[in-house]
Structure formats: C-alpha cells, structure tokens
Design a protein. Structure first.
Length: 216
C-alpha cells in the first residue's frame, strides 16, 4: 500500500537521507492542511507533494530524481540530458501546442542543466512559480483538482527546510544571488544535524499515523 511505501522511504537511512527528510516533512505538512485546500486528500495529491518535495534538488546530479534520469551521475551528464529534454519540449511546443507552461518548463530544464546545487533557479521563488505554472497546465489538461496546491506544499516545504541549514537558499534568484536562511540554523552533515533530522522523522511518522484514520 502507498502508506507503507511512504513510511519506508521516510525511515530508511542512507546517503540520500536529506532527500528522504524532505519527503517526510512535505508529507507531514500535507497531512496537516489537506482538508483546507481544493481537492482535499488524494493519493495522487500525496504523490505530487512527494515529487514537489524532491524536485528542488534536481540541480544535483546525485539527487533521488536524477538517480532515475541520468545515465551517469555527474555534471556533464546532467547538462547534456536536461538540455536535450529542453530541446524536445520546445520542439513539441512550437509545432503542436504553443503553451506558455511548456516554454516555462523548457526554461526550467535549461536552468537545471547549467546551475549547481542550491545556487540557481530550483531553490528560488522564481523556480517555485515556474514549476507551479507547469503543474497548473497539467492539472487543467488532465482534470486534476488542486494540483498546484499539492505541488506548492511539497516544493515550498523543501525551500523552507533548506533555509534552516547553514547554506541557505538563493530565494530571490535571479534578481538577487544572496542566500537566505532563518535565524536558527544547523549543520545538516553533522552528527547533531542527523540526530535532529531523525527526531523530525520520528515525530512526523507519529503524526502521519495519527492523521491517517481521519481520511477514511
């Protein structure tokens, strides 16, 4: 079942713990407010939240998403693959759709190709806006109610969580390159930081278990 798979991805530890922590926090956020957004709870919505919570790290060649996209986990492969996908999207849009959302998607793909981790579009409000525009197009095309809200919950929670790490995020990129972080931060690579993330995950699992019966 989906909930069992979700618990596994949250608690399983490994070299990509940070991505899994983002999934957990995005899911907890969704479970907290699903009854206040259009569309309410749905498994499709939950999947979109999970995708949104992972997507900002797509600028890293070894991120969870890129494990399934890139043939080689390095910067050159990331540049080549995402530029090629962007060209295909622009070709399809030019000859078949002429949709602003697909142009926005192509722009996002090009920015993913050329940016390094946490230094570009995907960790900014501009990235959130562009990807949400693409989600809105998909929601309208395939009649998925509330898809923009689901996506923003996952993506927004990722940005907020990265703002409590010492590296921060370029929130107003490309207008301002400065990285922003909250007053209280921690080192995600330290033992204390790992313990803090473990605590968040445990509390999140408890909350998800508490909230699940109210869905049905």
């Amino acid at each position: 079942m989906l909930e069992s798979w979700l618990f596994y991805i949250i608690i399983n530890k490994g070299e990509i713990m940070k991505g899994k922590t983002h999934v957990g926090i995005g899911t907890v956020t969704f479970m907290s407010i699903y009854d206040k957004i259009p569309g309410g709870f749905s498994y499709i919505g939950l999947i979109i939240v999970i995708i949104g919570s992972l997507l900002p790290d797509i600028d890293h060649p070894k991120s969870i998403i890129n494990r399934y996209i890139l043939p080689f986990k390095n910067k050159l492969a990331k540049i080549a693959v995402y530029i090629c996908i962007a060209v295909v999207v622009l070709y399809f849009d030019y000859f078949y759709t002429n949709e602003p959302a697909l142009k926005a998607l192509a722009l996002c793909l090009i920015c993913i190709a050329i940016s390094s981790h946490r230094n570009g579009l995907t960790h900014s409000l501009a990235g959130l806006g562009l990807f949400t525009l693409v989600c809105g197009y998909l929601g309208k095309k395939y009649n998925i109610t509330g898809i923009e809200y689901y996506f923003m919950i996952g993506y927004g929670s990722h940005l907020l969580c990265d703002m409590i790490t010492r590296r921060g995020v370029p929130l107003f990129y490309p207008l301002i390159n400065k990285k922003y972080r909250l007053p209280w931060t921690y080192n995600a690579n330290s033992k204390w930081g790992s313990a803090f993330e473990d605590l968040l995950i445990i509390l999140g699992i408890i909350y998800i278990i508490y909230r699940f019966p109210g869905i049905f």
